[in-house]
Write a protein that binds this ligand. Structure first.
Ligand SMILES: Cc1cc2nc3c(=O)[nH]c(=O)nc-3n(C[C@H](O)[C@H](O)[C@H](O)COP(=O)(O)O)c2cc1C
Length: 162
């Protein structure tokens, strides 16, 4: 049984690439969060909806189907939506108790991470956040899947939980 779990939500698959690298390096289990009702595959439609979503509506997520009490360490990775962590990750942190666990957090973004780390801090009041990673991808048209954050920065972040 492994003691580390990587939990992630990645809408357009940028974060997922880093998730797989982190999982391998930490020899961790992995959990992908999924919204109960999938978001549209039309990227622009999703951006439009969330930019105009004043209420920042709650998103229901599928049952995770695993017992989190087995893990003492969690690595949380999500995309940034509208200057904060994704509604999917928010819902996970509201529904599941991570008290007493050591946690690494990351929010992938195109240069505007906003209040994502504060979101994590607010939703993890009884966990120890060991490291925060600003996971930056290009904001240039046609290059949004190009990673800017270096492997060395990712390794330095991972080392904080090893
Ligand atoms: C609905 C939506 C909102 C976004 N809001 C932000 C934002 O506030 N700041 C930012 O830098 N990037 C924003 N982005 C871009 C993504 O955060 C960025 O491309 C990220 O790397 C995507 O990760 P993923 O492929 O794992 O979903 C947004 C993207 C979407 C779809």
């Amino acid at each position: 049984m492994k003691d580390t779990l990587v939990v992630y939500y990645s809408y357009s698959r940028n974060s997922k690439k880093v998730v797989l690298e982190v999982q391998k390096k930490l020899d961790a289990d992995i959990l992908e969060l999924e919204p109960k009702i999938p978001f549209s595959e039309d990227y622009d439609a999703v951006v439009e909806e969330w930019q105009n979503n004043e209420l920042k509506r709650d998103v229901e997520i599928k049952d995770i189907g695993i017992d989190l009490s087995h893990y003492s360490k969690l690595v949380l990775i999500t995309c940034t939506w509208w200057y904060g962590i994704s509604p999917v990750m928010k819902k996970f942190l509201k529904e599941y108790d991570l008290s007493g666990k050591d946690v690494l957090v990351a929010s992938s973004n195109a240069g505007w991470i906003g209040h994502s780390f504060k979101d994590y801090q607010d939703l993890l009041p009884n966990s120890t956040i060991k490291g925060e990673l600003n996971l930056v991808f290009s904001a240039n048209d046609g290059e949004q899947d190009k990673i800017i954050t270096t492997d060395a920065e990712i390794d330095e972040w991972i080392a904080k939980i090893m």
